[in-house]
Design a protein around this ligand. Structure first.
Ligand code: PLP
Length: 390
C-alpha cells in the first residue's frame, strides 16, 4: 500500500493490469471473474473493443474544449438520453455526487423561484447520494456523515419505502420542494420497495407541487434490465441523476430534467469545467449504442433472473440466508450476520464481489457477462456462502 496516498480506502491487496469482458487479470496474470464491474460502472465489461476504438479515435481528434463553446457530441448525448428517458434537458458533470448536486441546486432554486426561502428536500433512511458536503448530508448513513458536521441543512428524512411518512410531512412542513430517492437502494443493501411506492411518491409530489427527483446513479443505464429503473413503473420523474454506468469507466454524470425543473437553471447558475466534454460524451454515446445494438437490456433482465433463481436453488433451506433480491443485474443476498469477510474469501477464489450495509452480498456484474460465466459465479458464490455460514 502506498505511503503517498491519503488513507481513504480499505483496499484489497490486488491490482489489475488488464481485462477482457467479465474477466480481470492481476499482476501475475491470474484471472478473476468480475461480479462487481467497478461498482456498477463497467456495463460493457473490460476493454470493450468498440468502446476502445471510439475513445482512441476521439482522443486523436479532440478531448476537451470547454462549455464556453458548443459541443456537438454533448448535444447528441443530451438528445439521446432525453429520447430514452422521456426527459427534456440534460446537464453534464463528472460523477454521481455532482449529478445529485445539480438536482439539489435545481430543487432549491425552484423553491426560491416560488417564494420559499428555506427550501427542504425529503430524503430517505439508508440512502446514498455521494460524498460532497450536500450529498453526504442527503445520505442516510451516519458513517458517511460523522466528523463532517456542520452538515448542509434543508433535508428531511423518512424511512425508505414508506410513502405515508412522506404524505404526513406535507400536512405540516410548508418548505418542502422536492423528494430525492433511489428507485432501488444500492449502498443501503439492495433494497427494493413495494410495488406502487414510486407511483405514490409521484402522486404526493403532484398534489403538493414538489419535484420528484430520482437518483439513478446506480440503477440507471441498463443495470436493472431497463434503461432506467423508473421504467419498471408507469411514472415519470421531474429530475433524474445518472453517472456510474453512463461512460463505462470514463467519468461522466448527468442530471436530466423535464417541465419546470428543466427551465430552472439559467446562464450563470451552474457549470462544470470538464462536464460533457467530447471524450466523455463519446464514451457515453458508444455505451448506449452498444447496449442497444447488442440487446443488453433484455440480457441483463434474463441473466439477473437466472442468477437469483440459481442462487435460491443452491442456497435453499440455508437458515443463514435471509433474502435473495434484486432487479436485473443489481442483486443482493442478505445474510443473518456481518459478512465482510466473504469479500476476501471470494478474492482468494478469484471472484470479485462486494458486501454492503454489513450483511448484504452485492452483485453488480457487467451487463455483457455470459450465461456460462454467470453459472460459474453462482456455483462459486453459493459454495463460499455455505462455507462462510458453516
Ligand atoms: C455511487 C452513487 C453515488 C455517488 O456517485 P460518485 O460518482 O461516487 O460521486 C450517488 N448515488 C448513488 C445511488 C450511487 O450509487
Amino acid at each position: 500500500m502506498s505511503d503517498y496516498l491519503m488513507q481513504t480506502y480499505a483496499r484489497q491487496p490486488v491490482a489489475f493490469l488488464r481485462g477482457e469482458g467479465a474477466w480481470l487479470y492481476d499482476e501475475r496474470g491470474d484471472k478473476y471473474l468480475d461480479a462487481l464491474a467497478g461498482v456498477a460502472v463497467n456495463g460493457l465489461g473490460h476493454a470493450h473493443p468498440r468502446l476502445a476504438r471510439a475513445l482512441c479515435e476521439q482522443a486523436a481528434r479532440l478531448i476537451h474544449t470547454s462549455n464556453i463553446y458548443r459541443i456537438p457530441l454533448q448535444e447528441q448525448l443530451a438528445e439521446r438520453l432525453c429520447h430514452l428517458s422521456g426527459m427534456e434537458r440534460a446537464f453534464f458533470c463528472n460523477s454521481g455526487a455532482e449529478a445529485n448536486e445539480a438536482a439539489i441546486k435545481i430543487a432549491r432554486l425552484h423553491g426560491h423561484n416560488r417564494g420559499i426561502e428555506n427550501p427542504a428536500i425529503v430524503v430517505m433512511e439508508k440512502s446514498f447520494h455521494g460524498r460532497t458536503m450536500a450529498t453526504l448530508s442527503a445520505t442516510g448513513n451516519r458513517k458517511v456523515q460523522a466528523g463532517f458536521e456542520p452538515l448542509v441543512t434543508g433535508f428531511v428524512r423518512v424511512p425508505f419505502g414508506d410513502a405515508e411518512a412522506v404524505d404526513k410531512l406535507a400536512e405540516y412542513h410548508k418548505n418542502i420542494v422536492a423528494v430525492l430517492v433511489e428507485p432501488y437502494q444500492g449502498e443501503g443493501g439492495v433494497n427494493i420497495p413495494e410495488a406502487g411506492y414510486l407511483a405514490k411518491l409521484r402522486h404526493i409530489c403532484d398534489r403538493n407541487g414538489w419535484l420528484l427527483m430520482l437518483d439513478e446513479v446506480q440503477t440507471g443505464i441498463g443495470r436493472t434490465g431497463k434503461w432506467f429503473a423508473f421504467q419498471h413503473t408507469e411514472i415519470q420523474p421531474d429530475v433524474m441523476s445518472l453517472a456510474k454506468g453512463l461512460g463505462s469507466g470514463v467519468p461522466v454524470g448527468a442530471c436530466l430534467a423535464r417541465g419546470v425543473a428543466a427551465e430552472t437553471f439559467v446562464p450563470g447558475k451552474h457549470g462544470s469545467t470538464f462536464g460533457g466534454g467530447p471524450l466523455a460524451c463519446t464514451a457515453a454515446l458508444t455505451t448506449l449504442q452498444v447496449m442497444d445494438e447488442d440487446g443488453l437490456l433484455a440480457h441483463a433482465d434474463q441473466l439477473g433472473a437466472f442468477i437469483r433463481a440459481d442462487l435460491s436453488d443452491r442456497l435453499q433451506g440455508h437458515a443463514g440466508v435471509r433474502a435473495i433480491r434484486g432487479q436485473g443485474l443489481m442483486i443482493g443476498i442478505e445474510l443473518d450476520r456481518p459478512c465482510g469477510d466473504l469479500v476476501k474469501m471470494a478474492l482468494a477464489e478469484k471472484l470479485l464481489i462486494n458486501v454492503t450495509n454489513d450483511t448484504v452480498v452485492r452483485l453488480l456484474p457487467p451487463l455483457v457477462m455470459k450465461r456460462e460465466e454467470a453459472a460459474l459465479l453462482t456455483e462459486k458464490l453459493a459454495e463460499l456462502i455455505r462455507v462462510f455460514l458453516g
